[in-house]
Design a protein around this ligand. Structure first.
Ligand code: MG
Length: 256
């Protein structure tokens, strides 16, 4: 018993300190439900109007829902790395097949498409089904709800970085959750997502709009919000060390 106590005491008498001085994380208020916008979100559609979007003249807002019209809509505001929440529902009754059934899409930075499709009992090429990064990867699983029911996408986006000469510095990454299920896990994008040529990166600004595709199907949307994200901020004030009472010991660097 005495030995156990001595060990525990000795273990806690030494503390590891990483030498970082962190900036206090901003205090925000989460939504009442996880699907509700937190206090630091930009509301892109709250059921009332599409005033935050361009080219929305042919879209219809009815009963708190935006119904896809005859043009791709694009946010007026631009965003960098972000968390994006979108709720969408495939047309009811289901009509068409393959890519012709409930097709739309969420374009990050106006160029990189996370596919929206009625993928409930609707076969198409796998890297074109709901939750795919179009023509790059299928989702890990098909978590689609039935037509008429509401789907949620929670998207975590890291945009690409470009060097001054326009070449790629780091690619884009996406993590996405469909109806609470992880479907893309830090997937590294190969470039943009066109139908008719291979993906490619072309230098663009660090921010871009969100767009929602018109593919000729009356897909419905609601509760869309976004928040820009950035890593916690801090400075390395000193090298990591161990503290035991008044004694501080630098941590020996392991050979590389
Ligand atoms: Mg699409």
């Amino acid at each position: 018993m005495a030995i156990t106590f001595a060990c525990a005491s000795s273990a806690f008498s030494q503390e590891y300190l990483n030498g970082m001085k962190w900036t206090a994380p901003a205090i925000i208020s989460p939504g009442a439900r996880d699907a509700d916008a937190p206090s630091d979100a930009v509301i892109l559609f709250d059921g009332k109007d599409l005033s935050k979007w361009k080219n929305a003249d042919t879209w219809v807002v009815k009963d708190g829902v935006a119904i896809c019209g005859k043009a791709q809509i694009t946010t007026k505001e631009e965003f960098g790395d972000c968390q994006l929440h979108v709720e969408w529902s495939a047309p009811m009754p289901a009509a068409g097949s393959g890519q012709g059934r409930g097709n739309s899409g969420i374009f990050l930075m106006g160029r990189y498409e996370l596919q929206v499709l009625d993928s409930f009992d609707n076969l198409t090429y796998f890297d074109g089904q709901a939750g795919a990064i179009y023509k790059q990867t299928p989702p890990m699983v098909n978590a689609m709800r039935k037509p008429g029911e509401w789907n949620t996408y929670d998207i975590f986006w890291t945009g690409p970085r470009f060097k001054a000469d326009g070449s790629l510095e780091t690619p884009a990454y996406i993590t996405a959750v469909h109806n609470g299920v992880l479907i893309l896990n830090h997937f590294q994008l190969l470039g943009d997502t066109p139908f008719n040529r291979p993906p490619q990166y072309k230098a663009h600004s660090p921010k871009g709009p969100i767009s929602i595709q018109d593919h000729g199907n009356p897909v419905r949307f609601r509760n869309i919000w976004i928040r820009e994200i950035a890593n916690a901020k801090g400075v390395q004030e000193r090298e990591p060390f161990l503290r035991s009472g008044d004694k501080e010991t630098p941590i020996a660097k392991s050979p590389k």
